[in-house]
Every structure is written in C-alpha cells, then in structure tokens.
Design a protein around this ligand. Structure first.
Ligand SMILES: [Zn+2]
Length: 85
C-alpha cells in the first residue's frame, strides 16, 4: 500500500487474525509488532506473523491501452536513440 509516495507497512498476526493499521515507517511498524507481542502473547513471537509490505507496481498493472502506450513510447525512444548514433 502506498499513500502520497510514502511506503506503508502493516503487521499481521495469524494467531489473532488481526492486521494493524498502516505504519508509516519500519520503526513505527516494529513498535506496533512489539506492542502486540507483549500485550497478547506475553512477549513471545506468534507463529505465522507477517509484515505486509507495499507491493511494487509493474507494467502489467497498467490498463491495456496504457501498457501499449508505454511499450510504443519505449520503442520510439530506443529507435530515436539508435538513429542519433
Ligand atoms: Zn496475536
């Protein structure tokens, strides 16, 4: 997940079946994870806990026409670069 260019992470506990609110930094995420471990698991590490990181966007995530436009633009730039040299 990404909001206004800031990477956001979430902590998920599979034992409790809960997901934390988004943390705005790794430091904030670690604090949330440690708080959860202390409050609900006596400081132990619950099995199956996860860090949900923002997914990286790829060309395949674009809608079809934007994907085609990106490929065409790339080809045009490569051809223009080759013609110049
Ligand atoms: Zn838990």
């Amino acid at each position: 997940m990404r909001t206004r260019g800031i990477a956001m992470f979430q902590y998920r506990c599979a034992q409790c079946r809960t997901t934390s609110p988004a943390a705005h930094s790794r430091h904030e995420l670690n604090a949330e994870r440690n708080r959860h471990r202390d409050l609900f698991h006596g400081g132990h590490i619950p099995d199956g806990e996860q860090i949900i990181a923002p997914r990286r966007m790829s060309l395949l995530d674009l809608p079809g026409e934007q994907r085609i436009a990106a490929v065409v633009l790339t080809v045009v730039l490569v051809v223009a670069y080759m013609i110049r040299f």
